[in-house]
Design a protein around this ligand. Structure first.
Ligand SMILES: Cc1cc2nc3c(=O)[nH]c(=O)nc-3n(C[C@H](O)[C@H](O)[C@H](O)COP(=O)(O)OP(=O)(O)OC[C@H]3O[C@@H](n4cnc5c(N)ncnc54)[C@H](O)[C@@H]3O)c2cc1C
Length: 500
């Protein structure tokens, strides 16, 4: 596979050719670019990004207080130490990603304002033809590539998800979704109602509480939260001992992952004990008189939905101070003055924020075809949550729910680089996952078992996602601790990979 720009017969117009095309320049796309340059030197590639800058999630979301809910030792890459407090603002994450780009000269591989609209595989040429529209000029550009690395995330960046409630138009004030936060929104001394109680609501509320007249978190049902100091003790100790930051990063990652593994196991093996741990931490902030049963005790087992981390209990401190409050009720309809609840109470507001999640998008809204046939990912079976039966030379990065997304970015990258090297060594130009004879009677199930993990956006969008089987090869098991050992051992000669 060589560096070149050329005319390809697969495309009707002039096209540029790269060995690999990466979709997106978020944490996954930048990670893919880094690993290609270091593990597959000489490979030509381009990352096409629709936005005008890198960062993905951390650039799209600009609501007050936007921060990670994972620690940055594990949300950061394994190859670049994180040296600040573990929970980081979007600005700090963008700075870190900017340094990765700068230090590794990745900028020359990224093309901003390029929206990929279609990707068509041709078995005649063993190439993907990728069309991208420039958002600044409207021009359509054509690329061909041997390998398509999908790092476009899992949700639609252009708009968030807002349910259609009755009479929304009657409300006189602004209704804002955090994914499209208006820069000039003035909430000083205003009454704000935030609908939702996920990580976004839990971030927004403490960030806004000081300035609002009052801020209310309106939730249909409660969410679990973890809380604690925004610091990792072992990292602090090692820093005091003047240990090299690269060691601190690795040791801290291992300690965090060890503790997370123990907690995750506990949620499955002793769910009641795990629940007690989480609720006692909330009670320590809010006191015994606060109605924790109504407002902070979910009906589901811990970890069936993402557990947001609340650094230094800031959400609870806002509630304790009286600047913020929680209402657990259902929306009947919107009114001119606010929201009428099913209980009959009316919540008055000047501004309503709908922290109600996003639209799942499995394919970056790209139109896919394989040999002239439209590709619906829901008709495929996933190979370990990253490749798809019948879809040649394509990998998708889908991270973890119960651990940092980026852990999987690094693992998938190691796999892709090993696969590309193997293909180069064996002269293969095409690899397609296919069910093996022993897999043919395997039950085909939804992407994830709702008993295991069931947030709203997954439940709304499950029909769009590929199927999973009941064997480790044919599912995204969401288990970093197993995958970190299994991925390096994946046998590239397994019958699940058909080469051409
Ligand atoms: C508010 C918020 C907070 C989160 N916090 C955490 C956290 O603390 N820890 C954690 O592990 N996970 C978190 N997540 C999940 C988070 O999305 C991932 O961790 C991670 O940032 C995803 O990175 P990514 O690069 O795969 O995708 P994204 O960040 O979604 O980036 C994808 C990029 O691809 C681009 N793109 C998409 N389609 C196209 C196309 N057709 N053509 C060209 N470009 C395209 C997008 O513009 C975007 O820049 C959070 C998610 C949200 C929404």
């Amino acid at each position: 596979m060589n560096v070149q720009t050329e005319i390809r017969p697969a495309s009707p117009v002039s096209s540029e050719h790269f060995d690999v095309v990466i979709a997106g320049a978020g944490i996954s796309g930048i990670g893919a670019a880094y690993h290609l340059t270091t593990q597959c030197p000489g490979t030509t590639f381009v990352a096409l990004e629709t936005q005008q800058t890198f960062g993905g999630t951390w650039s799209t979301h600009r609501y007050p207080g936007i921060r990670s809910d994972s620690d940055l030792h594990t949300f950061g890459y394994r190859f670049k130490p994180w040296t600040s407090a573990p929970i980081a603002s979007a600005a700090e994450i963008l700075k870190y990603m900017g340094e990765v780009i700068e230090e590794n000269d990745l900028g020359r591989h990224i093309r901003y304002r390029h929206t990929i609209t279609s990707a068509k595989w041709s078995s005649e040429h063993n190439l993907w033809t990728i069309d991208a529209v420039r958002t600044d000029t409207g021009e359509t550009l054509c690329f061909t590539t041997n390998f398509f690395w999908m790092c476009q995330g899992y949700y639609r960046h252009t708009e968030g998800y807002t349910p259609a409630w009755t009479d929304m138009a009657r409300f006189k004030g602004p209704i804002v979704h955090p994914q499209k936060w208006p820069e000039d929104l003035d909430y000083r001394n205003k009454r704000v109602v935030v609908i939702g109680s996920g990580a976004t609501a839990a971030t927004l509320i403490p960030a806004m509480a000081e300035d609002c007249a009052h801020i209310t978190m309106l939730q249909r049902s409660p969410t679990y939260f973890r809380t604690g100091r925004n610091a990792i003790e072992i990292a602090e100790t090692l820093r005091q001992l003047q240990i090299d930051e690269r060691w601190i990063h690795e040791i801290t990652r291992r300690k965090i992952l060890f503790d997370q593994d123990a907690f995750t196991r506990k949620t499955f093996e002793e769910p009641e004990a795990a629940k007690t741990d989480l609720l006692s931490a909330v009670e320590a902030y809010l006191g015994q008189d606060y109605d924790i049963v109504t407002h902070f005790t979910p009906k589901y087992r811990p970890w069936r939905q993402r557990i947001a981390f609340i650094p230094d209990g800031d959400l609870f401190q806002g509630i304790k101070s009286g600047k913020a409050s929680v209402v657990t009720d259902e929306i009947d309809r919107f009114t001119e003055k606010g929201i009428l609840l099913k209980s009959g109470n009316e919540l008055e507001a000047d501004i309503i924020v709908t922290a109600t999640g996003f639209h799942l998008s499995a394919n970056g809204d790209i139109e896919f075809a394989v040999d002239g046939r439209k590709l619906d990912f829901a008709d495929t079976v996933t190979y370990r949550g990253m490749m798809f039966t019948g879809v040649p030379n394509l990998v998708w990065v889908f991270g973890y729910f119960r651990a940092s997304w980026t852990l999987r970015v690094d693992l998938v990258a190691d796999f892709v680089c090993r696969l590309l090297t193997h293909m180069k060594q064996t002269g293969a130009t095409k690899v397609t996952p296919r069910l093996r004879p022993e897999d043919h009677n395997m039950p085909l199930l939804p992407w994830i078992d709702p008993e295991n993990f069931n947030p709203g956006y997954m439940m709304r969008g499950m029909h769009l996602l590929p199927k999973r089987g009941d064997k480790p090869e044919w599912q995204h098991n969401q288990d970093y601790w197993a995958e970190k050992d299994e991925f390096p051992k994946i046998d590239l000669k397994d019958k699940a990979f058909v080469y051409g």
